[in-house]
Ligand binder design. Structure first.
Ligand SMILES: [Zn+2]
Length: 219
């Protein structure tokens, strides 16, 4: 089995564990869905009044399928002003701490900003779609972050050079909104790191079990 740490779709085909982003939509069912869910307000969707959405998110966080808070975060390119984004982001940190669930973060031009909040985060935190430089990557990892890489890894040589230098204990892979199979990300990464597929599967599985306090039945 492959692990897709951040996507907006259901598993397809059923040989991957996915963490599907449900935004702040209220989830009805507490029965097993066959996939994991994260819940939170995307920075682009932050409004002046977010109280109803926070009610949904808090209700969602009681459900067994919901294993993470997010994607949430800070975006300097899109979305409302940083002041309101920061306020909403801090509430997500509080929720992650309260429910003891990891954060899945959307950060755009805010890798240095997040360092001010790192000590407030008491759960694992994963930066999805990482696209920074080596200094940012190593600094973030030293503060406790894990980094998730999406399809852009396959076509950006400079990102590939950074990736090769990072500790595999802090790495995840994702498809995000792209219509590809996570298997393609794994196969590309194995070639890049010159390691067998089983080794990469084992490593990411261990990371996932450590950060999400779950034990997955199948590799
Ligand atoms: Zn996303």
């Amino acid at each position: 089995m492959f692990i897709n740490i951040h996507t907006h779709r259901k598993p397809s085909p059923l040989d991957e564990y996915v963490v599907r982003n449900a935004f702040g939509i209220k989830l009805k069912s507490n029965k097993p869905l066959g996939y994991f869910v994260s819940t939170g307000i995307h920075p682009w969707q932050v409004k002046q009044d977010n109280s109803e959405v926070f009610k949904n998110i808090e209700a969602n966080l009681h459900l067994i399928n919901v294993i993470a808070v997010g994607e949430c975060g800070l975006d300097r390119v899109h979305g409302p002003e940083m002041k309101i984004q920061t306020e909403i982001f801090l509430r997500h940190i509080e929720l992650a701490n309260k429910f003891n669930k990891p954060l899945i973060l959307h950060l755009v031009k805010t890798y240095s900003d997040i360092l001010s909040y790192a000590s407030a985060i008491k759960t694992p935190w994963i930066i999805h779609g990482f696209k920074g430089n080596l200094n940012e990557a190593t600094t973030l990892i030293s503060k406790g972050a894990s980094l998730s890489f999406g399809p852009r890894l396959t076509f950006l040589p400079e990102l590939q050079n950074i990736f090769k230098l990072l500790p595999i204990e802090h790495i995840y892979l994702e498809t995000d909104t792209k219509p590809i199979h996570i298997k393609e990300m794994y196969e590309f990464t194995c070639k890049l790191l010159r390691i067998p597929l089983e080794q990469l599967k084992d490593s990411i599985k261990l990371n996932f079990e450590r950060d999400f306090s779950v034990v997955l039945p199948i590799v």
